[in-house]
Design a protein around this ligand. Structure first.
Ligand SMILES: NC(=O)c1ccc[n+]([C@@H]2O[C@H](COP(=O)([O-])OP(=O)(O)OC[C@H]3O[C@@H](n4cnc5c(N)ncnc54)[C@H](OP(=O)(O)O)[C@@H]3O)[C@@H](O)[C@H]2O)c1
Length: 244
């Protein structure tokens, strides 16, 4: 494995808990030069006890905060768009406000981050964008339909940006997990891996130059079905939906 992340300047969104917090710790383990750990409410930021960590306030839906962060993080070489929200609800029974919220954060928020950081990354190239989408970007789970649509939109936009930046020295990765043991899955009785273990796999795969990363077994199983035949993943989600 190449040490692609060693001595790099890495920015992580949603770094206060869940996968984001683990991605900060794992970036430090990988020998990052500096990690910008960003989150909405700095009073909730954990103590990383490492002087390579610089904490910055950032709500990815807030244009002004994004602008401020860009100015303070002009040396960013690896942008990890991890922040996300999940509202439960189907298309027909879910609230429009919830569907809009998932779209605003997961899709428009991440898009704004890519738009705002693209020129910074280009000027610091070789650089990377790592966008955390989800396995439901490939095929929707109707009980989280708005979330699924927001991640499908994000996957599409990420593929566009991959092509846009292909000749600019910026490599664009997608990460499409199935299920990880974080607050987002509170109450689930699935057997899920820890965010620490998943963050390590994600960054190992980035260092292996894998463009589309599935970091855990549930996601891998689902992705395998989808690759064989997209209808097979739709059937898995049909069964999950109708068993609930
Ligand atoms: N867990 C899974 O099984 C799973 C599977 C597939 C994909 N993912 C994706 O992985 C990413 C991380 O999820 P997680 O499981 O770690 O979830 P989590 O524990 O719920 O953490 C979500 C993080 O995103 C932050 N966030 C939410 N809205 C934000 C905003 N507007 N601006 C900035 N930060 C915001 C949260 O900050 P606050 O503390 O301020 O709310 C928190 O730090 C998400 O994109 C999620 O969709 C997760």
């Amino acid at each position: 494995m190449m040490q692609i992340l060693k001595d790099k300047v890495i920015l992580v969104t949603g770094a206060n808990r869940g996968i984001g917090k683990s991605l900060v710790k794992e970036s430090l383990n990988k020998g990052a030069k500096k990690v910008y750990a960003t989150c909405r409410d700095l009073s909730k930021m954990p103590e990383f006890e490492d002087n390579r960590v610089v904490t910055l306030k950032l709500d990815i839906t807030n244009d002004h905060e994004i602008e401020q962060v860009v100015k303070q993080a002009l040396d960013t070489e690896v942008l990890i768009n991890n922040a996300g929200v999940l509202s439960a609800g189907s298309i027909l029974n879910g609230k429009i406000a919830d569907i809009e919220k998932d779209m605003n954060v997961n899709y428009y928020g991440t898009l704004k981050m890519m738009k705002s950081f693209a020129s910074v990354l280009e000027s610091n190239s070789p650089a990377r964008i790592v966008n955390i989408t989800s396995i439901v970007a490939y095929s929707p789970l109707p009980s989280i339909a708005g979330y699924s649509a927001s991640k499908a939109a994000l996957l599409s936009a990420t593929y566009s940006v991959r092509i846009e930046l292909a000749k600019k020295g910026v490599t664009v990765h997608t990460v499409n997990p199935g299920a990880i043991d974080t607050d987002m899955n509170k109450g689930s009785d699935w057997d899920m891996p820890s965010p620490n273990s998943v963050a390590k796999v994600i960054l190992d795969k980035v260092e292996n130059e894998e463009l589309d990363i599935i970091p855990e077994d549930i996601g891998l199983e689902m992705f395998k079905s989808w690759k064989e035949d997209p209808k097979k993943l739709a059937e898995i989600f049909h069964n999950i939906y109708h068993a609930e």
